[in-house]
Design a protein around this ligand. Sequence first.
Ligand SMILES: O=C(O)[C@H](O)[C@@H](O)[C@H](O)[C@H](O)COP(=O)(O)O
Length: 241
Amino acid sequence: MQLIIKKNPADLAKAAADFIVKRIKDTLKKQDRFTIALSGGSTPKALHELLAKSPYVDQIPWLQLHVFWGDERYVPIDDEQSNAGMAYDTLLGHVYTPEEQIHVWRTDLEPDAAAADYDRILHEYFGESGPSFDLVLLGMGDDGHTLSLFPGTEVVHEKTAWTKAYFLTQQNMFRLTLTAPITNRASCVAFLVAGPKKAEPLKEVLEGAYNPDKYPSQVIKPVDGELVWLVDEKAAALLQN
Ligand SMILES: O=C(O)[C@H](O)[C@@H](O)[C@H](O)[C@H](O)COP(=O)(O)O
């Protein structure tokens, strides 16, 4: 595991953009497509805004990107809570990745059908046992959740399915999410975490006892890939190492 600490959210977004550009360039020396899973939240939003402009925008071969989302709220894409909507507004609406290479979660289907549809797309891309995402970008909630793996939910312990839909009672909405097994097959998973509210959960996730029911981010451990935590100083304030 690699922990990278940056002074503030702006420096964190720059470090994340540099990291992504390098990762894409290095990977595309060995293969002709790059699969990335995006996430929601304010930290990725700042990152997207950076990637959409100079100098980053010119360094990424957008035509070779294949874009997915780690999770989605079950709302229409034009709802302000949509992760895909946010990514289009801040990034995908400004670059040249072909529409057929961008895979939004369908929220016009019933939740279970939407999860099955995403599962089908993933299997088409990755096969039953082949490689998986080149990069998964994740955030962590103040409660230690990541993806739509929330504290106390069954999906945190999912061992086989790659996607799930379920009703999240505390938010009174359906959630669509990748599970740990598919996420952990990625070549690289990078968490982006900023702000003082993340200090306590970050300490518990990285240095506390294993308790994924309370801190679901602990289930994210790539099997053969790299795990990178990019955090700012406020989020890192309680870490000992
Ligand atoms: O769907 C959600 O509940 C959020 O999108 C969530 O998963 C987000 O990634 C974290 O809460 C971190 O968000 P920040 O980057 O804003 O801290």
